[in-house]
Design a protein around this ligand. Sequence first.
Ligand code: CS2
Length: 398
Amino acid sequence: MGRILHFGLGSFARAHLADYTQDAGGWTITGVSLRSAAIRDGLAAQNYCYDLAVQGQGTKRITAVRDVLVAAENPKAVLQAVADPKIQIISATVTEKGYCLDAHGHLDVSNPQIASDVQGVGPQTFIGYLTRGLARRNSPVTVLSCDNLQGNGDVLARCVAQFAQAAGVVVNFAQTSFPNAMVDRITPATTDALRNMGDPMVVPTEPFREWVIEDRFAASRPNWPDVQIVPDVAPHEMRKLRMLNGAHSYLAYAGLLAGYVYVHEAIADTELRRQVEQLMAQAAETLPPDAQAGTTRYAKALLARFDNPHLAHALAQIAMDGSQKLPHRLVAPLRARGRPGAAGAGIKAWVDYCSGVQGDVDDPQVHAIRTALQNDDPLGAMLGLIGAEDLRHLIREQ
Ligand code: CS2
């Protein structure tokens, strides 16, 4: 019997990690929510079990989650759990913004919450809890990022090292591994209509699921069925982030600007579909040569997943946190290709979308975005926020 401690038990983790772990058998998951008690309260009321509504396949009862800790209520319990030798894997889906990175992918030590966690006031951030908990740990553990960042394990290891150094604590890196991983399953937000069918904690998802993990486990792991454990995940991550997530972000901004609400509506628009096809083909060119085989088939399969009218995947859900997502999805392929193209058009659509939003953009950089848009050179200032100031010449203004 093994145990996983998972930070960020939102819908994605409940549709992906929890589903795979349940299929493996013999392992249980303790979730951690940093602030809100909503997921803990909702799940606790039903013994931590919930339905996974797999589109077209019916519902599956997930029982692998056994407990959820709310860090804001009991910070000590979370630090103890990170240090607990009975936990063999500490995983995370805290989304891109949970890593508190600056525009160049390093831990943003000027972020007020990180600065306060470094001072040792009592952690508030994922990085603060993880690093301070690991500093108390004396046994091997795998720290498994399941977020959509290129080199997510490497990024997390760097954040922990930077935090530890700034805070003056020591983490035993020799017994802690941070494998990179590619995760994939489209998981739209739950709707009231679905909740009203019986389970208020139901998670809707698509039948497709994929997980590729670097073979670098420091301790034991579940025997997850159909998870690929490989020496190098980078080509898988690049393909997924640039082709799937890049196309998603393009569709979100261009689609919302065109008045669409859902992915399946935007992808049915002839012009947007043509752009997405180009974006995928151009992104494929930026992949390592051995990852290029099969990208035509991969792109076709992605379009079929986007076409699915039963998922009701809202463009607004994808549009949020653009400043955190774009560097991996659109900036990296634009830079790698070095020519104007659909990725540049996607970045421009983000800028146009942000300028048109009434009220605040849903993004942790909301203040910086507001200031950038008031700059004499709004496009240049917005590119600065995503580390793309040097790519200006590749982005057409019109
Ligand atoms: C989406 C992803 O919300 C978003 O930004 O692009 O959540 C996407 O659905 C998943 O990465 C699919 O695996």
